[in-house]
Design a protein around this ligand. Sequence first.
Ligand code: E4P
Length: 221
Amino acid sequence: MKIFLDTADIDEIRTVARWGVLDGVTTNPTLYSKVSGASYEAILQEICKITPGPVSAEVVAEDVEGMLKEGRAFAKLAPNIVVKVPMSEEGLEAMSRFASEGIKTNCTLIFTANQGLLAAKAGASLLSPFVGRLDDINQDGMIVIRELAEIFAIHEIDSEVLAASIRNPVHMTQAALAGAHIATVPFKVLQQMVHHPLTDKGIVQFKADWAKAHEAAAAKA
Ligand code: E4P
């Protein structure tokens, strides 16, 4: 399963790139609103310099021509830009037109397998079911991931299932087991995945024992 970082924060992206686990980045207007001081386009260009992986840039227009205008401009920023388009009747048409122009898309705000199936038919490369937001309303978001992964395997569909709206490390394990091709994760959740109390305690203990052993050796010399 590929790991994308769900953020527009350049420092977070640089950090995860250094860890060697960064396969791509997803952004959205909400994530952009949390970082300040630069245009969305400038931030996208900076992100695309850090990772050669897909970088999702979301359109906000609701009409087809508006989506096409925004998406074409994003696609010119860097070769690894993927235009994020919401699931809607207009979104399907825009994704289909982007596909015919060779512009890759990520269909966002997917909450059912049927929506994912339609987005794949329209030509989206990536489909983003929102796991956490479904969990928030007392529905099992992981079911959509499992269903879409199975449908795509049965029908040999090339689009990739991108588990989005990931809220905790358990979601990541579940997404991998459910067959997600990609999961996009907030930086905080990625940090939580790195740590375990026994790992952190073990590191402290080994260091203390090493120092003790050295002191004992020095005292004997
Ligand atoms: C990413 O592509 C999505 O926009 C994001 O994961 C949504 O996450 P949220 O439900 O925590 O806002």
